[in-house]
Design a protein around this ligand. Sequence first.
Ligand code: DQA
Length: 148
Amino acid sequence: MQILVLHGPNLNLLGVREPQVYGATTLEQINAALSQRAVQRGATLSAFQSNHEGALIDRVHAARLDGTAFIVINPGAYTHTSVALRDALAGVAIPFIEVHLSNVHRREPFRHHSYFSDLAEGVIVGLGVLGYQLALDAALERLNAPAP
Ligand code: DQA
């Protein structure tokens, strides 16, 4: 059971970047916790972050052939701009959950629209790091992974 976690631009700066908005946890810590949680449930998790739209698209394409059964994605600012990344997810037809650390609906109007939400199995916003854990649990549930 292979789960892919994708992080979009600037999320490599987590822990440093606007901690009042995004929290103090680093991306490394998030990925390590998710990986551990997945392994406990008999799944494997791979994580990928990029600041480049094309690299994220290439990783989504690769997921079609590498056994990825579910994707958890925080597209960062590409949420609000990227038809291309949306099309990639639609193209590979792998179910995904969209996660945002901050409550984008409480922020600037340009963050209120997502190019991903209508394709997503579910959307989690505003719960910080917990949102990733909940998304992973939901993915594992969908994939019928046995509980620990
Ligand atoms: C974000 C919200 C986006 O609007 C922003 O551009 C990000 C992070 C979040 O996790 O809250 O980079 O996706």
